[in-house]
Design a protein around this ligand. Sequence first.
Ligand SMILES: Nc1ncnc2c1ncn2[C@@H]1O[C@H](COP(=O)(O)OP(=O)(O)O)[C@@H](O)[C@H]1O
Ligand SMILES: [Mg+2]
Length: 262
Amino acid sequence: MNDAILQIRDASKTFRAGGRRVTALDDVSLAVGAGEIVALVGESGSGKSTLGRAVVGLERLDAGELVFEGQEYARMRERRLRSLRRRMHLVLQDPYQSLHPGMRVAAAVAEPLDIAGTGNARSARVDEALEEVGLAPASAFRDRFPHQLSGGQRQRVVLARALVGLPRLVVADEPTSMVDATLRGSIVELIRGLRDRHGIAFLVITHDPEMAAAVAEEVAVMQEGRLVESGRTVEVFRSPQHPYTKLLLEAAADVGRLEPTA
Ligand SMILES: Nc1ncnc2c1ncn2[C@@H]1O[C@H](COP(=O)(O)OP(=O)(O)O)[C@@H](O)[C@H]1O
Ligand SMILES: [Mg+2]
């Protein structure tokens, strides 16, 4: 692995809901190398989103350490965290939720940019980002509202917003769960292209092993808040060691989406 841009050490988080305690994260340790794509897989409720939210500072851990570019930030105060957060970006599952219905494409994409930038530089940067995700010419898209876009175009807008500020790490939570197989393929290509061109590291959260296999060099498997297995994606998927990983891969093979494992 390259030098780690992100290190998660012994992350733990318990929620209390209606008198019940749910351990969402139980001593999870994971690293993401600079410019590397890591997939976090596991069934619904295994703690993936909680980990993703903790990484970008939207959720505080009960215990454990988070290190980004060498800096520990799990308990960092909000004000200092803000400048660090500018170098990370969270992409949410549902582009309907992450795009404000009343906000035009250009404004949505410009949002993560420093307010200090001048108007012209900002709008040039926004156009560049739009065209990089395949929304070209940018002039045909910048003034549209979300409802004037297809589902695939909305997902591209969300990715343009993720890349516009050239973060070093993007956490993408189920970026393809709302789209069909063709679109999933183009989103995988887009993510890999952004990594190749800009060296942006990705933590891709998905319940879908096929998506993980297509996009990521490294994979980490979560079950009930625990990380049960991790390693090179080809190796983990070729010869899964943990029973839960085997189950996950068999379930995917059942619906004919993965090569049956030998
Ligand atoms: N804010 C919250 N309050 C109470 N329970 C939560 C909260 N967020 C997550 N959980 C619980 O934590 C567990 C892990 O959830 P989550 O991280 O969303 O899993 P995943 O993304 O893998 O589906 C689930 O049991 C979920 O119900
Ligand atoms: Mg989730």
